[in-house]
Design a binder for this molecule. Structure first.
Ligand code: ADP
Ligand code: MG
Length: 588
């Protein structure tokens, strides 16, 4: 076989960003995995000892190298993957700088065993600190094995900067998960200090791969993402909140098959989850972005895996829309659900007033298995005779109502589970989604005039902040006018506002407007203000709530709340399957 490897000419070398290839054990594993993948391996086995400090071994069944190529491979800027500067724009392989093996060999004791189809025997080469120690022929199957021992043994400063074996092993394990997700058709095996940590046979799809890599509770919360805009496509999975993790490392992103960690991508993912996660919690996501090679530069930084997009705005919109569609069934710019009347608050609902009056006179509540709403001792009859109660097919409206518990909890049920719902939090989600939708569509909420306009006074700083957000308030349904330097007159409030305390409400909003943490980010601030509006005016007292009102809430939830968390990211339902209850009662 003709030698495949050529030494790059100076011009190309200079054009390639000089980066330090080897920073720590995980960077070695990454380079070796990339080489195995470029060599078309279908099985890759990785073994490490002491977090890779003592040993990193990568074996593959790829093309292997001829004896001549094996020697060349260990030279700097020797590569079989790039011939000219022109190729730089459209490299399809993972590595192309031709410096990984040489760099690794210069800071470790490296042993390479390889064989391709052209040679009868395999080649073994041992290099220590960049110096050739041994080369022999030996029997071997097709493929390559590279062993890296005592990384940085001759660079004590670097060795000192390594973290403990546990931390280095964590990084390597995470890297393997990323590769395993990106390449489902390749089988991966991974062991740490002799213990198997991953055994992922080759499969046909990312979904099947996820099945081997993640636990049942993760799998059950995943929803598929599949969204295309112009020439870019986003696919993958996100976990539906309230499922959340404690750091961003569970957001795995890939651009054209390469694992990347990019500021723009991460910010867009976080933004898509901004009103679905509690503070300090992070989404779990595996997202694959595919776009034409000329639209993205993945070679900005070889180690940090940053990328540069020709059209960053386009990419962040695609991510926001893709995740929103997956979770909410609608893109980001148009939140889900047809326009429905705002869920009526008890104080402002003549229907409920009427019902309440009637019921108070005819207590106890009708016993037609009619799921009476009771403050204490809710009936727990879920016998078949109750089933006709389940009147609609909606996810929420099909639930039967059993009663109320203290703390604004509603007790509901379906055929196979008991559902405890936080009424306040659910209402908050409804109000918030509605306000956000109106804001994004540039519409306004209906408002009603106050009989006596309310005058509010603020300090100069507060007044400036409030004045800057009058448009948002107007969209939410408030008519507020500036009146002199520091005075404001509230003339109308939105119909959803109910009997919320006006002064306290505006006080909260102004406080948020001045919050230095969010002031600088107009989008976040807007969302924060809407959250506070929703929270302040959502029902708090549910002891006077009637079945009709609860039904109305459930009906509206069908249309809006695809994700059962309030805008602060807290779940508003707890679902207890009857199976679980039966198990706890030791019943069959
Ligand atoms: P690059 O991957 O950027 O070309 P490397 O230093 O990582 O540079 O590898 C140098 C060359 O060695 C590669 O171009 C390839 O031809 C060969 N090589 C490295 N690892 C393998 C492998 N596992 N199987 C087959 N060939 C390999
Ligand atoms: Mg390489």
């Amino acid at each position: 076989m003709v030698g495949r490897i050529k030494v790059l000419d100076e011009g190309v070398i200079n054009r390639i960003a000089a980066g330090e290839v080897v920073e720590r054990p995980v960077s070695v594993v990454k380079e070796l995995l990339e080489n195995s993948i470029d060599a078309e391996a279908s099985v890759i086995v990785v073994d490490i000892e002491s977090g890779g400090r003592k040993l990193i071994r990568v074996r593959d069944n790829g093309t292997g190298m001829s004896r001549d190529d094996a020697f060349l491979a260990l030279e700097r800027h020797a590569t079989s993957k790039l011939e000219s500067e022109r190729d730089l724009v459209s490299v399809a392989t993972m590595g192309f700088r031709g410096e990984a093996l040489a760099s690794i060999a210069s800071v470790s004791k490296l042993r390479l065993v390889t064989k391709d189809d052209s040679d009868a025997a395999g080649t073994e080469i041992v290099v220590e600190g960049g110096v050739l120690r041994k080369s022999t022929q030996l029997g071997s199957g097709r493929g390559t094995m590279i062993e890296v021992r005592n990384l940085f043994y001759n660079v004590p400063v670097r060795r000192k900067f390594l973290k403990g074996p546990g931390v280095e092993a964590d990084h390597i394990r995470e890297l393997l998960v990323k590769f395993a997700l990106a390449f489902p058709a390749i089988g991966f095996k991974f062991s740490e200090d002799g213990k198997s940590k991953m055994d992922a046979p080759a499969v046909r799809s990312t979904f099947e791969r996820i099945h081997t890599l993640y636990s049942k509770d993760v799998r059950e919360s995943l929803v598929p993402v599949d969204c295309a805009r112009e020439n870019a496509q986003l696919t993958g999975y996100v976990a539906r909140p309230p499922y959340a993790r404690s750091n961003m490392r569970s957001v795995l992103t890939f651009v054209n098959g390469r694992s990347v960690r990019d500021r723009l991508i991460n910010a867009s993912v976080n933004r898509a989850f901004s009103n679905l996660m509690e503070r300090g919690r992070y989404p779990l996501a595996m997202l694959f972005l595919a776009l034409p090679p000329e639209e993205v530069d993945v070679n900005v930084h070889p180690q940090k895996a940053e990328v540069r997009f020709v059209n960053p705005r386009h990419i962040s919109d695609l991510i926001l829309d893709g995740i929103h569609e997956a979770l909410m069934g609608a893109p980001f710019r148009q939140p889900a659900g047809p326009q429905l009347p705002m869920y009526p608050r008890p104080v402002h609902s003549p229907v409920s007033q009427h019902l309440r009056e009637n019921r108070e006179s005819s207590e106890p509540a009708p016993s037609t298995c009619g799921a009476p709403v009771m403050a204490q001792a809710p009936p727990v009859d879920v016998s078949p005779s109750c089933q006709p109660l389940i009147e609609s097919q909606g996810r929420f409206s099909s639930l039967g109502i059993l009663g109320r518990l203290p703390n604004s909890f509603l007790v509901l049920y379906s055929e196979d589970e008991l559902v405890v719902m936080d009424h306040h939090a659910a209402h908050e989600r409804l109000l918030f989604d509605r306000l956000l939708k109106i804001e994004r569509q540039g519409g306004t909420s209906d408002s009603q005039g106050l009989l006596i306009p309310k005058v509010l006074q603020y300090s100069a700083v507060e007044s400036r902040a409030l004045a800057a957000h009058l448009k948002l308030l107007e969209q939410a349904g408030f008519v507020v006018e500036e009146f002199g330097e520091k005075d404001f007159v509230v003339k109308s409030v939105p119909e959803w506002f109910g009997s919320t305390d006006l002064e306290g409400f505006f006080g909260e909003l102004v406080e948020a407007m001045l919050d230095t943490g969010i002031k600088g980010d107009p989008d976040r601030l807007k969302e924060e203000l809407l959250k506070r509006m929703a929270c302040t005016s959502a029902v708090k007292e549910t002891s006077t709530m009637h079945q009709e009102e609860i039904r109305s809430l459930l009906r509206e939830l069908d249309h809006t709340a695809a994700v059962e968390v309030c805008p602060h990211g807290r779940p508003f339902t707890v679902r207890i399957p009857f199976n679980e209850i039966r198990k706890k009662m030791s019943r069959k």
